[in-house]
Design a protein. Structure first.
Length: 347
């Protein structure tokens, strides 16, 4: 499976899901017997969208088998190795949604239309030329030559206008914050990019840092806005999300579900419009097994999941990056221009 691929399906009525070619959403091939020929369906029942499993092999939500489930925006379900996210298009700017969708699947202009995003299947929107993409990335200090990373940034360019949470996974030093910044820049959001290092905030202060507080809420509390409000109409980047304490996780989950907050010690409810991008180098699946990370929070954060390969697996980027840093340091320290020797380049 392609761990950062996706496909968008737009619909306003019922959709069938399975491995046979007669389905609206085709998963895998006839050789995969773990996916039934007609595995599941999404039914439009008046104002609701119902996920109905008709298979012998099962459809899972939060690792539990379901037969019928009312879908809400951001719900993710699993069929074999495919993770499918249900996206309510009211969370997407209509003009940008239609622009993004035009080369993927014919879409209706009906505002009741919903989107299913299928991840872990090979489908990449390549409507931006590589040269133009590289130029835009270079201007942001992101150097990319390796095809894996170009494919990743094509994906980022395509999903940047869909305002759903994104989870970035990768080893330390793979540039996860750069990827998060690129998501924000490509989205052309009017708000700010606000970065929060979850491992650097004591759990006792996490709620006030994220949601804000009012004077008197706790000892030494002052009236202030939190990081979520600071990222209004922009992007909040939660780095090291795996280090967020269990006590704080349901509070973040509540915001992801309601898109509203109250400052600590305040009753007023504030509705916010922003995107959450989270990143970690930890194995969240293992943490879920050990009950140190909530599966429902993982489900909400991983509407789109991006895996960043380490530099050792994208060797075409090594020399361009080395030359980039060499030129930058020469300029920073007023040194004469330097270049890497041809002998060193061949190592």
């Amino acid at each position: 499976s392609n761990t950062h691929g996706y496909k968008l399906y737009h619909f306003g009525t019922n959709v069938s899901i399975g491995r046979h070619a007669c389905n609206d959403i085709i998963l895998n091939s006839d050789e995969n017997k773990t996916i039934s020929r007609r595995h599941a369906a999404i039914w439009h029942d008046e104002q609701e969208y119902l996920l109905v499993d008709s298979s012998l092999n099962g459809t899972r939500i939060d690792n539990e088998l379901i037969k019928k489930h009312r879908l809400c925006h951001g719900d993710q379900f699993q069929i074999a190795d495919f993770f499918i996210t249900f996206i309510d298009d009211t969370a997407v700017e209509p003009a940008e949604e239609r622009r993004l969708a035009q080369d993927v699947q014919p879409s209706s202009t009906d505002r009741d239309e919903k989107t299913v995003q299928v991840m872990n299947c090979a489908a990449i929107n390549e409507d931006v030329p590589d040269l133009k993409l590289k130029e835009r990335l270079n201007s942001a200090g992101i150097i990319v030559e390796d095809e894996q990373m170009l494919a990743l940034y094509r994906d980022i360019h395509a999903v940047s206008h869909i305002k759903v949470p994104i989870l970035i996974l990768g080893e330390p030093g793979t540039g996860k914050e750069k990827v998060a910044q690129a998501i924000h820049d490509f989205s052309e959001a009017s708000g700010e990019f606000v970065a929060v290092n979850c491992s650097a905030i004591p759990e006792s202060l996490f709620e006030s840092e994220l949601f804000g507080s009012v004077k008197g809420a706790f000892s030494d509390a002052q009236t202030k806005s939190g990081k979520l409000e600071a990222a209004e109409n922009g992007t909040l980047f939660l780095d090291e999300i795996g280090d967020m304490g269990l006590a704080s996780q349901p509070k973040l989950l509540r915001f992801l579900e309601s898109r509203s907050i109250s400052r600590l010690g305040e009753t007023r409810v504030r509705n916010l419009n922003l995107r959450i991008v989270a990143a970690t180098n930890q194995d969240l699946d293992e943490m879920i097994t050990k009950k140190t990370f909530r599966p429902d929070l993982f489900q909400r954060l991983a509407c789109v999941k991006l895996n960043i390969p380490p530099l050792r697996k994208r060797k075409k980027d090594i020399l361009p990056l080395a030359n980039f840093f060499l030129a930058n340091y020469a300029l920073q320290y007023s040194l004469k221009p330097m270049e890497i020797s041809s002998q060193a380049s061949q190592i």
